[in-house]
Ligand binder design. Sequence first.
Ligand code: KIV
Ligand code: ZN
Length: 500
Amino acid sequence: MRTIRIFDTTLRDGEQAPGCTMNPREKVDLARQLERLGVDIIEAGFPVSSPDDFEAVRMVAEAVSAPTVAALCRSVRGDIDAAARALEKAKKPRLHVFIATSDLHLREKLGITREKALEMIRDSVSYARALCPDVEFSAEDATRSDREFLLTALNTAVDAGATTINVPDTVGYATPWEMYDLISWLKQNLRGGGAITLSVHCHNDLGMGVANTLAALRAGAGQAEVTIDGIGERAGNASLEEVVMALDTRREYLGMGTSLNLRQIYRTCRLVSTVVGQKIPPNKPVVGRNAFSHEAGIHQHGVLKNPLTYEIMSPDTIGIYDNDLVLGKHSGKHAFVQRVEELGYSLPGDALEKAFSRFLALADRKKTVTNKDIEAIVASSGYSIPETYRLHSFVVNSGTVISATAVVKLIRDGEEIEHVARGDGPIDAAFKAIDRIVKVGYQLVNYNIHSVTEGEDAQGEVVVKLKKGDHTVTGRGLSTDIFEASIKAYLNAVNKIIAQ
Ligand code: KIV
Ligand code: ZN
């Protein structure tokens, strides 16, 4: 049985997905949960890309101890210096150096020759190796590169001191057969023998990210680069939960496994979904709402007799329990704090107090408060940003015979500021009233509302995304009143923009 190393790049490649930006505090919470999940390597970011990303890598490096923490750098010394500085406090740092190797990328994107690329690999990898004993080299667009040149580039990296060699299918172009063939060939021809870990990194543009990853592992790759919920550029990356559960469910056939704590999978997927504000699709393999629900009578009958009839894995393997203990208004603060931590969040004092009072208010209105409610409460507590503006009160008016208006009163530094606006519906009116108060330019790019749990007393959660320049922020608001939830979500995002 081979043990595959799991390299999680949710905080780097995952974060590059549209609208999935995470701030440093959110990355730390996720990194701690990834540590509980037991991933081998956490890629925390691309330090030279922004001060925020540098800070996130620095904070993650300090926050976790078991996993290796990797930071991405282009094949230039400045990037490597920044990454090495960000990783200073990491117990197990890794510098991840990359450059494209396909002629298309070399010519059109970088405007350099193959020889120049080899020179850059030699220089950057040996420079990185002098700073850190653990260096990964990635040949971007490897699967569309000329094979012989790819091998030359990878061998150059090995000779310069790389300890892991990664083969990305950057644009999700390969098929499982090609991937198997390429990795088998590289296994035979790459210098360094068993001392080098061969890795694979597959994108999902044609829906083959997971299949390609499995094919590469079967051909001898020892590391899989994946993201939670499969988030990532365009159609995303191979999803961690699907790769890991395929290895576990078919371990006898595949002869491979991981050292992950599988029972943390569901929690981790939910945490990522909450932090980036993207719902897990109901039909998502492994963790979607329908993954373990059976609609057809004949299936239900079979599952009741023996779950194995229609379930190839059991929900509790990945940490889905029917009887996830619910909390009520008598549960007390200790139980609440413990549950928040179990769900993967760490709240600083003020935010914890705020979340606890929201929990009490909800517990007064709802008989039972579930994990989903608690996740939503924590995620909408604005725990990671200063609350420049707070909601004081609002009134909305709408109907078929009047134009929608809203009056919103906010508090800033103890001062109450009120504005009224007309809009295309009451929510639009409320947002316009807020815009008049805060006077910061941004654009609403997404608005989403859903109920957190079932039932008439369910809370509504609103997720909005605001864009300012190249930056998108996610705001969340929670209430049993959808107007209030919308205003809170908008304010949460506005506060994030102001904080940035
Ligand atoms: O997809 C890709 O090629 C990458 C590399 C930087 C590893 O994300
Ligand atoms: Zn990628």
